[in-house]
Ligand binder design. Structure first.
Ligand code: AN7
Length: 359
């Protein structure tokens, strides 16, 4: 059959499992339906009997998982008659809010940390016409300000403290279950503001309670060592990491993330910036998958925990690659060691250079 219905995003797809009315006007950019890719080369080199899949969320319309939640948050706020939204962001939430607000014809105000935002994300917020406040402070300062200002001005918060965000983001767990035909044994993901781990747990639990699956995965979430409040057991004052997406010291969904870890029997762990970048490179070089630094930490976690035996052989593991590598070209280029060779534009020189590299 050469025809299939046009794919129209996660709300249409999972309407029965979302708090959505029949006559709601949906704001969508066709988010979701992202590929679940089985790791091939990395897995072979690992020498362990496991199945590792990556959920490549960088292929969402604005290049990150945030779009799943943003379609719900913007749809809800537009249908409630609101004209403006606001968020604090390390970059991806602002890119997504800006795009969906543009689509809906409303205003997006975004607060971003001074300097510490990847170029691609800033470009997106600018292109989509968001009103950008670059604050002299970090994400946590921005989040505090957003919460304060939202009670004094007619703006709806679209950070993940907005419950509609988590409702949308849980659809990634639905897709994984559908494609595997079961729940994974372990789900690994980065941990920043803690919305996504909470959303996945919501999704896995919903399909478990309905009886679509009989198990739920252990939730394993990883932080950068310089921004690891869940490892320290308390908020961190001055979070620092090359993975600017998760440069967050005071996560908003603190209790929900702990509940997901506890109820699932999972764990939290941490990685250095060097380990994060090495895994980002490994995925790019060995599998052809380009994700941003924060995303790579999920695979770093899965690989380390499989190697150590913490995740046993025979396990099916899913890792969320939360954002596309193109979001942060500067970090990618800075860490690339691959040769860029200057040659004259002649057959002789190019041929000579090729032969040099094939010996
Ligand atoms: C690529 O955009 O918080 O634990 O303001 O962009 O749900 O916060 C981004 C977070 C992981 C962490 N990977 O997810 C923001 C923001 C990427 C991200 C996370 C983020 P949460």
């Amino acid at each position: 059959m050469p025809f299939r219905p046009r794919y129209t995003g996660v709300i249409d797809r999972y309407r029965d499992f979302l708090p959505i009315h029949e006559d709601t006007r949906i704001i969508s950019l066709g988010e979701g339906n992202t590929p679940l890719i089985r790791l091939h080369n990395i897995q072979r080199e690992l020498g362990k009997e496991v199945n590792i899949y990556v959920k490549y969320e960088g292929l969402n319309p604005t290049g990150s998982f945030k779009d799943r939640g943003m379609t719900m948050a913007i749809t809800q706020t537009v249908n409630a008659g609101n004209q403006a939204v606001i968020c604090a962001s390390t970059g991806n939430t602002s890119a997504s809010a800006a795009a969906y607000a543009a689509r809906a014809g409303i205003t997006a105000f975004v607060l971003i940390p001074d300097g510490k935002i990847a170029q691609g994300k800033l470009a997106q917020a600018m292109m989509h016409g968001a009103i950008i406040f670059q604050i002299q402070g970090n994400f946590d300062d921005g989040m505090r300000l957003v919460k304060e200002v939202a009670s004094h001005a007619p703006v709806e918060i679209v950070n993940s403290i907005n419950p509609f965000r988590l409702q949308g983001q849980k659809t990634a767990a639905f897709e994984i279950i559908e494609e595997l035909g079961r729940a994974p044994d372990y789900h690994c993901l980065p941990l920043g503001n803690a919305g996504n781990i909470s959303a996945y747990w919501l999704g896995y639990t919903q399909f478990y309670q309905i009886g679509i699956v009989t198990t739920r995965p252990r939730m394993c979430a990883y932080q950068a060592s310089g921004a690891a409040p869940f490892l320290r057991g308390h908020p961190v004052e001055n979070p620092e990491t090359i993975a600017t997406a998760i440069r967050i010291g005071n996560p908003q969904s603190w209790d929900k993330a702990w509940a997901a870890q506890r109820e699932s029997g999972g764990w939290f762990d941490e990685f250095s910036d060097e380990e994060i970048l090495a895994t980002q490179k490994l995925l790019a070089e060995r599998e052809g998958i380009f994700c941003e630094p924060a995303s790579a930490i999920a695979v770093a976690g899965a690989l380390r925990d499989v190697k150590s035996g913490k995740i046993p052989e025979g396990s099916t593991i899913t890792c969320t690659l939360t954002g596309h590598g193109l979001k942060d070209p500067d970090t990618a280029i800075r860490q690339s060691t691959g040769p860029v060779i200057k040659v004259k534009a002649t057959l002789e020189e190019v041929k000579g250079a090729i032969l040099d590299h094939l010996v």
